[in-house]
Design a protein around this ligand. Structure first.
Ligand code: UDP
Length: 342
């Protein structure tokens, strides 16, 4: 199948590009490189472009005979979304609308959308099923929720086929250590803890230990990035099978992806200590605004509808791959990147 992956130079995007290519799809990457890495994707399949550039998008879709789109492009930092909602509504909502219109103009109607657990806000019930209310608490979550609604409306009005995959905490790296997580600045827990192990930071600051959880720190469901990639491929197969997603009840097109087991921040640090053999000093700091105490997925819908089973079912196995990447690429994709401050 010929697939356009927007945001394909980003973290989950680049792993998905590789996953699809290795399994026989022809893949093009459409990315503005505002956050992604040119080095993370093959040069001959790369198109540098902005989602709001409708002409370029239409050309990318039409000239390459694209049959389906996997849509990652967008901004994804909760804190930034609170300070700069304009970025989130422009990149995520206006950008997605521009993409859908370009698809409509050239007759491409299949799309797998990268959504998020942030659409649930702070749910009261764990684990989280797709039937819980959608109550985002920040512009990032609202922007993704909004695109989910647009997709449902495009399905009804224009016959689009879609799946929206709500990831929990993407983590890990490709097992060969060639591809991994590299954000600037880094804000995610596991890469930061591993930077401490590498001596690039002095310590990890735990954002609050007074939550209503067994050890007082926040609990998250970490899911391996290649397992996410596999789910995208499975979703594409459904969209492209006879009858495609029109045959699936609309409420089943929104699917959680997590391993169904939560780890606290302290547990994550302990696992990183065990995997790396480094001491990893930790201190407790204030809570980070907007952090729900616990987010753990019930992914049985994806298991049923996509026949999806995560291969990495323990945090140890996920951190091992992340450590391979970080220890082999201490400065990420850029050779000349300087060490970060603690
Ligand atoms: N966290 C932390 N210290 C850090 C970074 C993150 O204690 O330097 C915590 C954060 O408060 C959250 C968990 O680690 O409870 C996972 O955060 P991350 O930013 O990796 O993902 P999120 O859950 O925000 O998507």
């Amino acid at each position: 199948m010929k697939v356009l992956v927007t945001g394909g130079a980003g973290y989950v995007g680049s792993h998905t590009v590789r996953w699809l290519s290795q399994r026989g799809d022809r893949v093009w990457i459409y990315d503005d490189l505002s956050r992604g890495h040119r080095e993370a994707v093959p040069a001959d399949q790369f198109i540098k472009g902005d989602l709001l550039d409708a002409n370029k998008l239409e050309a990318a879709l039409f000239e390459n005979g694209i049959e389906a789109v996997v849509h990652f492009a967008g901004a994804s930092l909760v804190g930034e979304s609170v300070e700069r909602p304009d970025i989130y509504y422009r990149n995520n909502v206006a950008g997605s609308l521009s993409l859908l219109e370009a698809m409509r103009a050239v007759g491409v109607t299949r799309i797998v959308f990268s959504s998020t657990t942030a659409v649930y806000g702070t749910p009261e019930m764990m684990p989280i099923t797709e039937s819980l209310p959608l109550a985002p608490i920040n512009p990032y979550g609202f922007s993704k929720r909004c695109v989910e609604q647009i997709l449902a409306d495009y399905q009804s009005a224009y016959g689009f086929s879609f799946a929206a995959l709500r990831y929990f905490n993407a983590a890990g790296a490709s097992p060969d250590g060639d591809l991994g997580e590299d954000h600037t600045p880094e804000s995610h827990l596991i890469p930061i803890v591993l930077q401490v192990a590498l001596g690039q930071r002095e310590q990890i600051v735990i954002f609050g230990d007074d939550y209503q959880t067994p050890d007082g720190t926040c609990i998250r469901d970490y899911v391996h990035v290649d397992d996410l990639a596999a789910a995208h491929q499975a979703a594409l197969s459904i969209l492209c099978s006879p009858g495609d997603s029109q045959a699936v009840a609309p409420q089943k097109l929104f699917m959680n992806l997590g391993i169904g087991r939560g780890y606290s921040v302290r547990e994550v640090i302990d696992v990183c200590r065990a995997v790396t053999g480094h001491e990893i000093p930790a201190v407790v700091g204030p809570r980070r605004p907007g952090d729900p105490p616990e987010l753990v997925a019930n992914s049985s819908l994806a298991q049923r509808e996509l026949n999806w089973q995560p291969k990495y079912t323990s945090l140890e196995s996920i951190v091992e791959t992340a450590w391979r990447w970080h220890s082999q690429h201490p400065n990420g994709f850029a050779e000349d990147k300087v060490s970060v401050e603690s």
